[in-house]
Write a protein that binds this ligand. Structure first.
Ligand SMILES: Nc1ncnc2c1ncn2[C@@H]1O[C@H](COP(=O)(O)OP(=O)(O)OP(=O)(O)O)[C@@H](O)[C@H]1O
Ligand SMILES: [Mg+2]
Length: 307
């Protein structure tokens, strides 16, 4: 945790926000016992000062945060970092179309002798003052989501017939993520979106991407790293100008490709596996391949890329 705070100081995040985090942590000391295992380790740091400042302001004011943006813009990395920074246990729920309220709140189960209530992730984070990550929250049907309304607005209660009525712990926060920008993504209904402050996640900027690659791959040669950065920016530019779709714009894929090169696979194959082949249109694949070939030789190997 100390590291994230230090990192945010260095990033130049407004001191009053970081003081706010300190005050929150004093008011809600980090969970002990088994719950401490739920505090994320924050394996990766999110880069992007403005996004950090907005997210902190929202959470410090007690509001719920919706991180909305294209794939691989660091939504889950940021959500985990926030739970780590605030020192709270985290519950992660992946939303899907067959989700129902009981998967969020809990269900009655038989323990062999009697029927007992088995609390769900929303219930637990509300009781324990946890951070509840509602991942891809737009994917669930509206009926399942309506159970969240009273928990997410000023009432801060969970009241479901047949269950206890509980108050949401003052330390608890809800962070939704929502992927948009390509076909097949659903909208979030207005009742729910009105209960969140919505942070629109930008694609990572050039200098932050340089830092990210250097951090993940300290032995990646600088000249090669720079070509990967350029490549990402170029694909980004082409997607923005609608010359290609956003399918190939996938930072996760780019990072994976660098990782594959380190395991001994040539750059051409690594980039096919992780970037090019994610596009299923042959013509577009050709365009992306051309962009890649202009920057990164297909036979670039581990020995050329890493020192
Ligand atoms: N601004 C950023 N700072 C740090 N890492 C980033 C950033 N943007 C993307 N990444 C990296 O991209 C990868 C994907 O991040 P993450 O899983 O958080 O994305 P996501 O937005 O949740 O994607 P999806 O919508 O596909 O679930 C991670 O390796 C993450 O570190
Ligand atoms: Mg995600």
């Amino acid at each position: 945790m100390k590291d994230i705070l230090e990192f945010l100081h260095q990033e130049g995040v407004k001191p009053e926000l970081l003081e706010g985090v300190g005050a929150y942590r004093r008011e809600h000391p980090a969970a002990a016992g088994g719950l401490s295992e739920r505090i994320p380790a924050a394996e990766y740091l999110y880069y992007g000062k403005e996004v950090w400042e907005q997210a902190l302001a929202v959470l410090l004011s007690g509001k719920n945060l919706l991180l909305a943006g294209p794939k691989a813009t660091g939504k889950n990395v940021l959500a985990d970092d926030l739970a780590a920074l605030f020192g709270r246990p985290e519950w992660n729920v992946s939303f899907h179309v067959n989700m129902d309220a009981s998967m969020l709140i809990g269900t009655d189960t038989y323990d062999g002798q009697k029927v007992v209530f088995r609390p769900g992730p929303v219930y637990l984070s509300a009781c324990e003052g946890g951070f509840c990550i509602l991942d891809e929250v737009n994917m669930a049907k509206n009926e399942a989501l309506s159970v969240l309304h009273a928990a997410l607005d000023h009432r801060r209660i969970i009241d479901v017939p047949g269950y206890d009525r509980i108050l949401v712990h003052p330390a608890a926060r809800f962070i939704g993520t929502m992927n948009y920008g390509y076909a097949g993504t659903r909208d979030l209904n207005e009742a729910l979106s009105s209960r969140f402050a919505v942070l629109s996640m930008p694609p990572i900027c050039e200098s932050d991407l340089e830092r990210l690659l250097s951090e993940r791959f300290p032995d990646l040669k600088e000249a090669v790293r720079d070509q990967f950065v350029r490549l990402f920016l170029e694909i980004n530019e082409k997607a923005k100008n609608a010359e290609i779709t956003e399918r190939a714009l996938d930072l996760r894929g780019l990072i994976d490709a660098v990782g594959l090169i380190r395991t001994g696979i040539r750059a051409g194959d690594a980039l096919s596996l992780c970037v090019v082949n994610k596009t299923f249109d042959a013509y577009e694949r050709g365009l992306i391949r051309d962009v890649i070939d202009a920057r990164i030789p297909a036979d670039l190997g581990k020995e050329d890329a890493f020192s």
